[in-house]
Write a protein that binds this ligand. Sequence first.
Ligand SMILES: [Zn+2]
Length: 228
Amino acid sequence: MVRGEGSGSAMNPSDVESGGDDALASIPVAISARHVHLTVATVAKLFGAGHALKVHAPLAQPGQFAAEETVTLVGPRGRIEQVRVVGPERSADQVEISRSDEYVLGVEAPIRESGQLAGTPGVRIEGPAGAVALEQGVICAQRHIHMSPADAEVLGLADGDTVEVAVSGHERRLVFGDVLVRVAPDFHMELHLDTDEGNAAGLHPGEDGLLLTPTALRARVLAAAPGS
Ligand SMILES: [Zn+2]
């Protein structure tokens, strides 16, 4: 959890919960369901030339939105329908799925930070106007926390750090290690987990969690927002 110390933390959630009045940091958590990011060219192939993605619901990260459009993923073992497109369009196609989804599709995707797609497997994507066979771009997103430089400074963290986050769910208390800290000026503080991770912790809106940073600050998981 601590920079340069590997995973050997002596602290456990009980220690921190009973530890008194540490500084309190609010960390909303969003559960990211499977989704795809698409290039302008791929949107045209799947939905028709000149098609523009329509906003279904804005996401917490500024400018990002769940689109009305959905696609079907087709792997060697199976297919998954109604997979949400997340806009706006990007410079590379990227498919983010859970481990459970990988078994359904028959695709083995590595744990990767968004955008790091070299050596990742591809998948077939079907839309209402056509299909594309991606040569790469399928990842299982590394769990991460978005935050602004100001948030990072308060928490004593820097971009690229990894922390542990303890979540107190319904009898499924769990400490997530290897949580990547991502800092950018337009980021809004939010912990992103996938559906497998959220389910493993029994996450529901309004539950407490602890962000175990190098300074062991306390955090509260405010809400679990499905579908982002
Ligand atoms: Zn994210």
